[in-house]
Design a protein around this ligand. Structure first.
Ligand code: FES
Length: 107
């Protein structure tokens, strides 16, 4: 687990620092950005709902990327995949992405 913490700390240093207005996301768009001074993976799903979750992969701390074609959060490190709401779909991660409240609780 120490490697996960090292990767997570590294990921937080390289994440974007720009704040975005999630209300401007179109259906099917997603972004790893900052909202209210917190790093988030945020997207607007096919139902028009905004979903926020941690951008830090639960396997080893990679930074997920939005896959617009599939509507998923994909981790480029080992191929983990999460649903738009952060639920684990498949790959090495055994847990879903943290939700914003879980992120705050871990600080
Ligand atoms: S760090 Fe994301 S799948 Fe391994």
């Amino acid at each position: 687990m120490q490697q996960r913490q090292v990767m997570s700390n590294y990921a937080k240093r390289v994440l974007p620092v720009e704040e975005i207005d999630e209300s401007e996301l179109e259906i099917g768009e997603g972004s790893v950005s900052m909202i209210d001074r917190e790093h988030v993976a945020v997207c607007r799903d096919q139902n028009g709902e905004i979903n926020r979750c941690s951008p830090i992969c639960k396997h080893a701390g990679g930074v997920v990327r939005w896959n617009a074609a599939a509507g998923t959060w994909d981790c480029p490190v080992h191929g983990g995949r999460y649903a738009a709401n952060g639920d684990r779909l498949y790959g090495p991660p055994t847990e879903s992405l943290d939700q914003p409240k879980e992120q705050a609780a871990k600080r």
